[in-house]
Design a protein. Sequence first.
Length: 428
Amino acid sequence: MIAPEPFFEPRGTPFSEFHRIRALTALGHEIDLVTYPFGDNVTLAGLRIFRSLRPPFVRRVKVGPSLAKVPLDALLTLTVLRRVLAGRYDAVHSHEEGGLIGAALAMLLRVPHVYDMHSSLPQQLSNFAFSRSRVMKRMFFAIERFMIRRSRVVIVICPALAETVRAIEPHAHIILIENAPGSVADRAAPAEALAVRQSLGVGPGTPLIVYTGTFEAYQGIDLLFEAMAVVGRERPDARLVLAGGQPDQIERAKMQARAASADAFTIFAGERPAAEIPAYLLAADVLVSPRCRGTNTPLKIYQYLRSGKAIVATRLLTHTQVLSDETAILTAPTGAEFARGILTALTDRERARLVGRNARELADSKYTEQAYLERTGEVCAALAGPHPAAWIRGSAALSGPSEATGSPRAKAWEAAKAKPSGSSKDVA
């Protein structure tokens, strides 16, 4: 498995990678993960982690495309080649731009390739405001097309990405695995929620609006501050809590909050260990996702659903492919309308209770651990079958297909639900 990210760090793609690994090992597979030289070690039976060398002067990797990824991916490729010379593999499973390395390697080894598509590479250029160059966009599109067409299976995390894949290759074998593996670790006790409020200096009667996640531009943090300024004028007792962000991002966000006159109502909790997030959600009265760009469903949405709390989100495809008016309060992506949604959740308690209940029912019926494991099993079964495209014929079959869901191996999923040992952060 090739993961061009810091593994493990508590953010989107590393979370997805962790849950993929957890499911695959529960199905009885062994994984050699080749990843960046950053992140916390995770211990799972069947997993070995191999880290590439760190380039000089590179100490961390920000979310999204960056120049630092050029030397990092070059060194990652060298580590992948060393592993191939040292061992024999039945399949190659690549995440994000690692699919370029993985697809080429799978062709060389004549084994199946799985492309784990967490986002569209050309779309990242605009989402992260990295480049407007048409040449670079065409290059990213060519890379994406190569990765898709040279893969036995393409995993996508949301329906919008499935449409992107079909537009490139109508015959691609697509399997949708949403970032919603579920876990008993997503539940928190009332005492933990009370402890969160106490740590924030917020009383039990204070209306609490909670955001969790990164502070990247596409997340709409500026829109949230604009909305909170309006909310604060009508409900000066309400408080916005932001759980996330790197230190430099938090400093910029504080300036944004002051500029929007929302700083008096805003609390910055900083980046929190994953194990604390369920307590933050339980402590909340309202959960918000103000994302303003992109089409991928935020990972946070699935945790929000399981919390049973009222969700306020922008009425954009990034949310509406999972959320509806029955499971959330959806608004136009403007500060005024988002403020109206938050105030509705705070004042119309019956509606807030109803959408929260519907959200939890959706999570309990559709986004379960068993459903996640079954989809992972479909990927394994597809690797043993023929590729639908003529250009990949001749790839070697797996030495043996995975056992189907419901086999004794599936029972191992229960054991895999426990948080991984050897990690400084709780990531389950």
